[in-house]
Design a binder for this molecule. Structure first.
Ligand code: GUN
Ligand code: ZN
Length: 433
């Protein structure tokens, strides 16, 4: 099989810098990633790993990182992003549900899926965990498009038997259709399935139990839903499920917690809820641009890291509640969310979160989020001097202070900093202009 390589400054993580410190960071000033087929064959200093027979794409000024990973994003909300003036439940009713009804049309699904993947690649995102809609064919359109790109993608039909008119399934049909989709997609190429009850506001107890049954029958699948994003949402859930101790307990009773379970938002958690997330190895997904934009609240990372009760955390855009497809912008807003609470987030930790941290949250660290040999060749090429203001800022920072350079890039960068994106060894985006 022919080999090719990408050359530049390589940066990746072997562990979490929050706990392992500088040891966790790999930084090779003039390095190369040698790619064979879809996989990384070798990585190291360019002088050591390149041979004359290997075609090289050289990015002398750029940082080359593992492709960024988005752990919570809605592909049916590409025309909802940036909708004015509502908090969660109103925002869903006014903007999101009408947009999702259009996915009854398979042709619409296919055209939005194409736009969506191209937009991810433009932003350096090479793997994603995605919410389609209640329509089974919305999963087929997205997974088919991702499979054609060789992309790692996890998705699942939204289950919402108590949803609004036109977007409802039933406990029985949601189960049956999800099962058929699992059989069709889970483990096909790089596609994985996430059982996806939208949240406890739009699913009945019977439906949540059906979701639990699907997980028990297919333990390799993931689970994704929303949890404790907004006060009115929490109140509604308490009224719908008076038997439950708290919001998380509604999911717990249905068997939905575990190390492959992703809970979007997790802003207003009680100590008991954090305890259960911790005990079960469930993942809390931090969606900063969404939480600011919809006015939901501030994610408390410090408490999630409490050594006595640590909760696994992932980072995500949550487009269209989120306001940017860029994980770099998302991290910048995450930093501000933490600043507002007297907490901090060094750039090395934020870039770890976008790459290996999110890969670990999905249990996929052997495949994505790393430049280690044997991993899939999903890469992002970041040009720190992408804009005049960023280039000007970086002139004031030494090359050898990686943390400061990454921090400036994170604070001021966006899709303009993404010079190229590779998925499974193939270049899927090249910045023009
Ligand atoms: N809770 C239930 N559905 C949604 C959604 O689509 N977006 C957000 N941000 N929260 C939700
Ligand atoms: Zn969401």
């Amino acid at each position: 099989m022919t080999r090719h390589a990408v050359r530049g400054r390589l940066v990746w993580f072997t562990d979490d810098p929050a706990t392992a410190g500088a040891e966790a960071v790999r930084d090779i000033a003039d390095g190369a990633v040698v790619i064979e087929g879809a996989v990384i064959r070798a990585v190291g200093p360019a002088a050591e790993v390149l041979t004359p027979d290997i075609a090289v794409a050289h990015y002398p000024e750029a940082l080359i990182l593992p492709g960024l990973i988005d752990t919570h994003i809605h592909y049916a909300q590409t025309r909802v992003i940036g909708s004015y003036g509502a908090q969660l439940l109103d925002w869903l009713t006014r903007y999101t549900f009408p947009a999702e009804r259009r996915f009854a049309d398979p042709a619409h699904c296919a055209s939005v899926a194409r736009f969506f993947l191209a937009e991810l690649f433009r932003n350096g995102t090479t793997a994603a965990v995605v919410y389609p809609t209640v329509h089974g064919h919305s999963v087929d359109a997205l997974c088919g498009a991702a499979e054609a790109q060789g992309m790692r993608l996890i998705a699942g039909k939204i289950m919402m038997d108590d949803g609004p008119e036109g977007l409802r399934d039933t406990a029985e049909s949601g189960y049956r259709e999800s099962k058929a989709l699992i059989e069709r997609w889970h483990g096909r190429g790089r596609i994985g399935y996430a059982v996806t009850p939208r949240f406890a506001v739009t699913s009945s107890r019977a439906q949540l139990e059906a979701a639990g049954a699907l997980l028990a029958e297919h333990p390799g699948c993931w689970l994704q839903t929303h949890l404790s994003e907004n006060r009115a949402e929490i109140q509604t859930v308490a009224e719908r499920f008076p038997e439950a101790r708290d919001y998380l307990d509604v999911y717990d009773r249905a068997g939905l917690l575990g190390p492959r379970s992703l809970f979007g938002h997790c802003i207003h958690l009680s100590a008991a809820e954090r305890q259960r997330l911790s005990e079960t190895g469930s993942v809390a997904v931090f969606c900063p641009t969404s939480n600011l934009f919809i006015g939901s609240g501030l994610f408390d990372l410090r408490t999630m890291r409490d050594a006595a009760c640590p909760v696994r955390v992932a980072l995500a855009t949550d487009v269209g509640g989120g306001t940017s497809y860029s994980l770099i912008r998302t991290a910048a807003e995450g930093y501000k969310v933490l600043q507002l609470q007297g907490q901090s987030w060094p750039a090395l930790e934020a870039f770890y979160a976008m790459t290996l941290g999110n890969a670990r949250a999905l249990g996929l660290e052997a495949e994505i989020g790393t430049l280690q040999g044997g991993a899939h060749a999903d890469l992002v090429v970041l040009e720190p001097g992408a804009t005049p203001a960023l280039a000007h800022r970086l002139e004031a920072i030494d090359d050898d202070t990686l943390d400061e350079r990454l921090f400036a890039l994170m604070t001021m960068g966006d899709d303009r900093a993404v010079a190229a994106t590779y998925v499974a060894g193939r270049q899927v985006h090249t910045r023009t202009g």
